[in-house]
Write a protein that binds this ligand. Structure first.
Ligand code: THU
Length: 159
C-alpha cells in the first residue's frame, strides 16, 4: 500500500498582521453578516470578494422556510459576481460569521463542502487561483488557493 501525503499551507494571522486588502475584505464580510437573512439558524454569514478590476462585492446567507432552498453567503456572493461580471477574475474572498449569540465566531468560519465545490469551479473557469480569508476573532486563516480547501475534487475533466 502506498500513502499519499498532501501538504497544505494555511497561515494564521492576528488582526494586526493583516495587510490592507485582507483588512478591507474582512471588514466588508463582517458588515455583510448584518444583511444576512437567517431567521431559522440565527447563524449570520457574510462574504466579500475582490475582482480583477478592484471592485468588491458582498453577500450573505439567505435562508428559506423550505431549508434546502436557502443559500450560503459564499455561493450567493460568487454567483452574483460571476453573473454580473463574467469576464472579471475573482482575486480574493473573505468570510466572517456571527453565531447564535450575535458575536463573531472565535474560530475562523469554515466553508461547507458545496461552497468549496463552487470555489473549485470558479478556479477552473477563470484559470487562476484566488485567496481565501477565513475570519475569526482569535485569528484569520489565509489560504492561497481554493485547491488547498479541497485538494481532491471533482472537476469537468471527469465528465
Ligand atoms: N452557512 C454559510 O452561509 N456559509 C458557510 O460557510 C457555512 C454555513 C450558512 C448556511 C445556513 O444559512 C447557516 O449558515 C447555518 O448553517
Amino acid at each position: 500500500m502506498k500513502a499519499i501525503e498532501i501538504n497544505i499551507k494555511i497561515r494564521l494571522k492576528a488582526d494586526n498582521e493583516l495587510d490592507e486588502v485582507e483588512k478591507d475584505l474582512i471588514e466588508k464580510a463582517k458588515q455583510a453578516t448584518f444583511r444576512s437573512y437567517a431567521p431559522y439558524s440565527n447563524f449570520s454569514v457574510g462574504a466579500s470578494l475582490m475582482l480583477d478590476n478592484g471592485k468588491t462585492i458582498t453577500g450573505s446567507n439567505q435562508e428559506n422556510c423550505a431549508y434546502p432552498s436557502g443559500l450560503c453567503a459564499e455561493r450567493t456572493t460568487m454567483f452574483y459576481a460571476n453573473s454580473r461580471f463574467p469576464d472579471q477574475k475573482i482575486t480574493a474572498l473573505a468570510i466572517a460569521a456571527r453565531d447564535t449569540t450575535g458575536e463573531f465566531t472565535k474560530m475562523p468560519i469554515s466553508p461547507c463542502g458545496a461552497c468549496r465545490q463552487v470555489f473549485i469551479e470558479v478556479f477552473h473557469r477563470q484559470k487562476a487561483p484566488f485567496k481565501v480569508f477565513l475570519y475569526g476573532t482569535e485569528g484569520t486563516y489565509i489560504i492561497d488557493s481554493p485547491l488547498d480547501l479541497m485538494p481532491i475534487s471533482f472537476d469537468s475533466s471527469y465528465l
